[in-house]
Ligand binder design. Structure first.
Ligand code: AMP
Length: 298
């Protein structure tokens, strides 16, 4: 009787963990010489089904998938949750590997920002609103790390979530303005069955907070309902969404943005391209969510 080695299934496929630019470049270079298209999914870890859906999309567009896990200090404000941000590399590695990630790039902070590093990617007007206003310097941190990661991985395709819509808009802008030769894929937000957008920060919510957090998706659903039934006034959508928040105790709205999809400037009349984005606080936890009115909540 011959002994046949089991064919590795996706869940047992080996994911390589790479820690330095040299290891990463060697790994990517080898695949590129084999003619493979490289897909890239940047994350801060604490993986959930949202991140893993980005991996599925990357696999559809590429032959080899690199995911980065890096909690980027540059994008956190001094009073934000950098130190308590959830980190669990063993769990993340198992999840990524189970979904077919081929390589994980997990650099140390000193690797990404060695002493003396000082150059930043400074976004324009689009970053001055909404998230950018609430979190000064946040998008400079995001674009700087994404620019570095793009240079390190040199992906053919990079995949981001619509969940962080202003980030996606700014990365699209950066790719265009700085002439990056890569394809961007933006994936619709993955939600819990009750509508709550998956987020690594949901672990901060207790049971009551979890209930209050449903106001975000409920308000977006209300905006979409109004749009579907013919309402075109942004002011009316805004008023009705505020009403939904009044019905949910324990949550306070930071902003409701009813905006164009290119520069996130407020519109007075909505159409199928309009984005409705919002941020709210449940206790000390900040949550964000959005929909494109033309697509609705999905
Ligand atoms: P993060 O680890 O929070 O920096 O997120 C990494 C990537 O996952 C970003 O492109 C996010 O927009 C995306 N992402 C986060 N949550 C979701 C979600 N619920 N659905 C789809 N993509 C998501």
């Amino acid at each position: 009787m011959s002994v046949v080695a089991p064919i590795p299934t996706k869940s047992t496929a080996l994911t390589e963990t790479l820690a330095t630019p040299r290891e990463l470049r060697a790994w990517v270079g080898e695949r590129r010489r084999q003619g493979k298209r490289i897909g890239f999914v940047p994350t801060m870890g604490a993986l959930h089904e949202g991140h893993l859906t980005l991996v599925d999309q990357a696999r559809q567009h590429a032959d080899a998938v690199v995911m980065s896990i890096f909690v980027n200090p540059l994008q956190f404000g001094p009073h934000e949750d950098l130190t308590r941000y959830p980190r669990n590399l063993d769990r993340d590695t198992a999840l990524a590997s189970g979904r077919g990630v081929d390589a994980l790039f997990v650099p140390a902070v000193e690797t990404m920002y060695p002493p003396g590093a000082e150059i930043r990617v400074i976004p324009g007007e689009t970053a001055s609103r909404w998230e950018g206003k609430m979190r000064p310097g946040h998008f400079t941190g995001v674009l700087t790390v994404v620019a570095k990661l793009f240079h390190l991985v040199e992906p053919d395709v990079a995949v981001f979530g619509q969940k962080d819509i202003q980030q996606a808009v700014l990365i699209r802008r950066m790719v265009k303005d700085l002439d990056w030769n890569l394809e961007l894929v933006i994936v619709p937000t993955v939600r819990e069955p009750d509508g709550l957008a998956l987020s690594s920060r949901n672990v901060y919510l207790d049971t009551a907070g979890r209930g209050s957090a449903l106001a975000l998706s409920a308000a977006l659903r209300r905006a979409h309902q109004l749009f579907s039934s013919g309402e075109r006034s942004a002011a009316t959508l805004q008023r009705e969404m505020e009403q939904v928040f009044r019905l949910h105790p324990g949550i306070s709205v930071e902003y409701i943005a009813i905006v164009d999809p290119d520069h996130m400037q407020p519109v007075t009349t909505v159409d199928g391209s309009t984005i409705v984005a919002l941020a709210a606080r449940v206790g000390t936890t900040r949550l964000i969510d959005n929909i494109a009115l033309g697509q609705g909540l999905r």
